[in-house]
Every structure is written in C-alpha cells, then in structure tokens.
Design a protein around this ligand. Sequence first.
Ligand code: NAD
Ligand code: TDX
Length: 353
Amino acid sequence: MILVTGAAGFIGGNFVHHWLGLHDEAIVVLDKLTYAGNPATIAEHLQSGRAILAQGDICDREFVKGLLARHRPRAVLHFAAESHVDRSIHGPGEFIQTNMVGTFSLLEEVRSYWGAMDADAKAAFRFLHVSTDEVYGSLGDTDPAFSETTAYQPNSPYSASKAGSDHLVRAYHHTYGLPTLTTNCSNNYGPYHFPEKLIPLMILNALEGKPLPVYGDGLNVRDWLYVRDHCEAIRQVLDKGRLGETYNVGGKNEIRNIDVVTTICRKLDALRPKADGTTYESQITYVVDRPGHDRRYAIDPTKIEAEIGWKPAESFESGINKTVAWYLENTAWIDSVRTGAYRDWVDQNYATR
Ligand code: NAD
Ligand code: TDX
C-alpha cells in the first residue's frame, strides 16, 4: 500500500492511473478536495476499490496519524499543494498553510510513524516529495538550465512556499534520517489539468470564442513535460533514487508562451475549424503581465537520466496532440470541474465515511 497526497488533483490523479496500470499495489488517496481536487479524475479506481479516498487536510495531524496507523503504507508520495502562481499572488495565506505548514505536519506524523517501525520496514520506507523548478527562480536567455546544485531563488509566494517545503524535507533527512526523495519538475501538461493553467485555459477559451490572454510580451519561456512522463519519473525515483537526494525532471522542451498558444490554435484550426472562417489566433489578446513574472525556466535532467535511467517518452508535438484531443473528447469532466458538480458525487459517495 502506498499513500498519495493530492491525488485528486492534476498530477496526482494522473499518477494514480499510471501506477495502477503498472502495479497491483493499492493506493490510499489523502486529499482535501479543494477547488483543484476532483475525485471524478480517479473515479474508476475508487469504484473498483484499488484506490481509497480519505478526504482530509494534510495540516490535520490527528487525521494523518489515524490514516497512517490504519493503512500502514510502505511509502508516502506527497503531491498535495496549492499550485497556481496567480492565486498565490492574490492570496498567499493558503499557500503558506498547505505548502509549508501542511508539509511540516505531514513530515512530523510520518517521522513518528516511521520511527516506530521495525528495522526492515524502516529501511524500506520512502517519503517522496513532489516539487517544482520554480524554486530556482528565473533564468536569462543564455543562462544554463537549472541543475540540482543551482541556488534557490524563489520569486512568487507559490515558489517560496514550495522552496520552504523542500528545505523541510531536506532537514528531516539530515536531522532525523527520514528516508526522503525530492523531485523538482518543470511545467506539466496533459489530461485532467485544471482550466486555470495556460494550456487547458487556452484550449477551452479558444473553443468558447473567448479572448486568449497572453501575459506581457508572451516571450516568457517554460520547459514543458507531458504529465505521464513526470509520473513515470516519480515511479522510478521512488524505486531507484538515492536517499536524501533531489532529482530535476524536465523534457528539454523550452517553448515561449506565445508559441505554445499559437500551436494550440493551429491544432484546433485543423481539428475543429471555426464556423465563421477566422482562425483561433485571432482571439489572442495581450494582457497586463503577471507581477514578478519569471522570464525563463529550463531543467537540466542529466542526473535523473544518468542515475535513474529515466527519459521522457513524449515530444511536445505528440503530447500536445494527445492533450488537445483529450479536451475535445472529455467535455463531461470539464463541465464537472467548472460547475463544481463533482461535489454532489463526493457527497453521495463519501457522506458517511
Ligand atoms: P493541483 O492544484 O492540480 O492539485 C493539488 C491537489 O492537492 C488537489 O487535489 C487538492 O485538493 C489537494 N490539496 C490542496 N491542499 C490540500 C491540503 N491542505 N490537504 C490535502 N490535500 C490538499 O496541483 P498539481 O498541478 O497536480 O501539482 C501537484 C504537485 O506537483 C504540487 O506539489 C506542485 O507544486 C507540483 N508541481 C506541479 C507542476 C505543474 O506543472 N502543475 C510542476 C512541477 C511540480
Ligand atoms: O492566462 C494565462 N496567460 C499567460 O500568459 C496564464 C494562466 C498563464 N500565462 C503564462 C504565465 C506563465 O509564463 O503562461 C505561463 C504558464 O503559466 P501557468 O500555467 O500558470 O504555469 P506556471 O506559472 O509556469 O506554473 C506551473 O508550472 C510549475 C504550475 O502551475 C506550477 O504548479 C508548477 O510548479
């Protein structure tokens, strides 16, 4: 049994699908079901019983303690976080609470659970912390990509809160010997991505005839990785990672935002031409920039490639084709996250648990 926090969200939900496609081992999902958590993402596994949903907050130590005691996982994979940079700019409090206090609370309960194990179980246990490349700050056009030894320089409340959580994980390894692993990944995209983030927002706004809001000059660069490739990296680091180490995960797909948006527009022009004969690009609108907007992120994945043997399977071209097709086909999921209708499903299925 493994325990996965935040597995009703985008990456955690994809991880549940990926893991259960490859393993018999069941998953306990610890998720608060914030606006970003949607159990419909993993409904088939909840219904089959291969994944069990425990709705709760990582900050709630009694809840976490009870869950660990009841399910006795051999590993905890920590995805739960407040994840959207723009929201962190408008309201940083939740980010500090979940990403820092929540990670601290989880670490404390895991430390106590792990400390009481017998020697063999203790040696086999793992705490894997899922983090981001944003902790390293912003690169200039010609700077080398982030490596694991790049100094932390977080610039947004989101990245600062994730940096704080990374440091806590590091400290729990060095001080208490907790068997930790940390991954710092670049921008993910793919199915089940909440439509506040660049790629799903652009696909859905385009289809609805709304403006496509590009921040600033549109020349900020992100390093895009298909979400299933990230999930596979996490699975392999869990299996083969050296304790206390961090691994940068990236797809070597540095792309300017405006090029991401025009690529999506062209895919949609081909798959779903507009009735009025105009192109989706005509909906692009430059808007005021994000405050403190990081200019460029780029990941050097040499360590994970050399030590773990991981490489991404998808190119940006193949991944974006799958992603656009998924959003065209999965309108029920999109409607349910936008209206919050999945909460009825939660109430019906979990009201008595
Ligand atoms: P997401 O916002 O889609 O999902 C977050 C999940 O965590 C949701 O299901 C939410 O309900 C849950 N959650 C939030 N607060 C909680 C709390 N207090 N207790 C329990 N559950 C809580 O996020 P995501 O994009 O899937 O990101 C997952 C992790 O990966 C995060 O730690 C994020 O920092 C990291 N990451 C994301 C990206 C990316 O591009 N999305 C890239 C690198 C790293
Ligand atoms: O409407 C938009 N217009 C726009 O130009 C939005 C939502 C974004 N952008 C820009 C801002 C960024 O340069 O697109 C880029 C990507 O934006 P987001 O999708 O918000 O992602 P980002 O801020 O890069 O952070 C993401 O990647 C790293 C995730 O949300 C984080 O959780 C992860 O750690």
